[in-house]
Design a protein around this ligand. Structure first.
Ligand SMILES: [Ca+2]
Ligand SMILES: [Ca+2]
Length: 195
């Protein structure tokens, strides 16, 4: 039985199985602290089987983040964050975090690419975002440092600006000391912008 479960997990590591679902690339500096402490990436298991994430890797082409053993259940969300202690201080301890090793792949605030590789090096997902995603008119995107994350609207949809927007709901809807709206995205949960 165990063997079959492992086999199923390995077989399901194909493109489209696990998708990049939400990105906090520029956390609000005044409330969430430094980027390298509070950046995080949410992935979503779009398949009907649990997937063992061990050996998968996330990179922007520079540093590499190797995911550890973690069974991501079907239709569920997993979070990889830059710094576990900082994340838990901000979001509480209820959100399970995916263990990883390596060096955090810093997410540039202007534009960056996030690539998710399978354990055998296949590109499973690639997201090339920039700070214009979610911008409204002449206003910059609130995902670019105003507290919102960047959320994928439809997991089956494309990785282009039409399918991503700033988060609407808030994991921790408390005002900051300066009175700014604080919207920290939906790590580990369905996206607020999801249809
Ligand atoms: Ca950043
Ligand atoms: Ca989410």
């Amino acid at each position: 039985m165990t063997f079959l479960l492992i086999l199923a997990a390995v077989l399901s590591q194909v493109p489209g199985t696990i998708v990049l679902n939400e990105v906090m690339y520029n956390p609000d500096g005044s409330t969430l602290g430094l980027d390298e402490h509070l950046e995080w990436i949410e992935i979503y298991n779009f398949s009907s089987e649990a997937v063992n994430l061990a050996g998968m890797m996330i990179s922007d082409g520079n540093n590499q983040v190797f995911l550890g053993h973690y069974l991501l259940a079907p239709d569920s969300y997993g979070v990889i964050c830059a710094n576990d202690l900082s994340f838990k201080a901000a979001y509480g301890t209820d959100i399970r975090l995916i263990p990883w090793s390596g060096e955090w792949t810093r997410l540039r605030n202007s534009a960056d690419e996030i690539i998710l590789y399978s354990e055998n090096g296949t590109v499973m997902e690639s997201l090339r975002y920039d700070q214009s995603w979610g911008a409204s008119g002449t206003e910059p995107s609130i995902a670019d440092g105003d507290g919102a994350s960047l959320e994928r609207i439809d997991p089956a949809g494309p990785n282009d600006p039409s399918n991503w927007k700033p988060s609407e709901d808030y994991a921790n809807p408390s005002p900051s000391s300066s009175g700014d709206a604080v919207c920290w995205g939906t790590p580990g949960a369905v996206n607020s912008s999801s249809n």
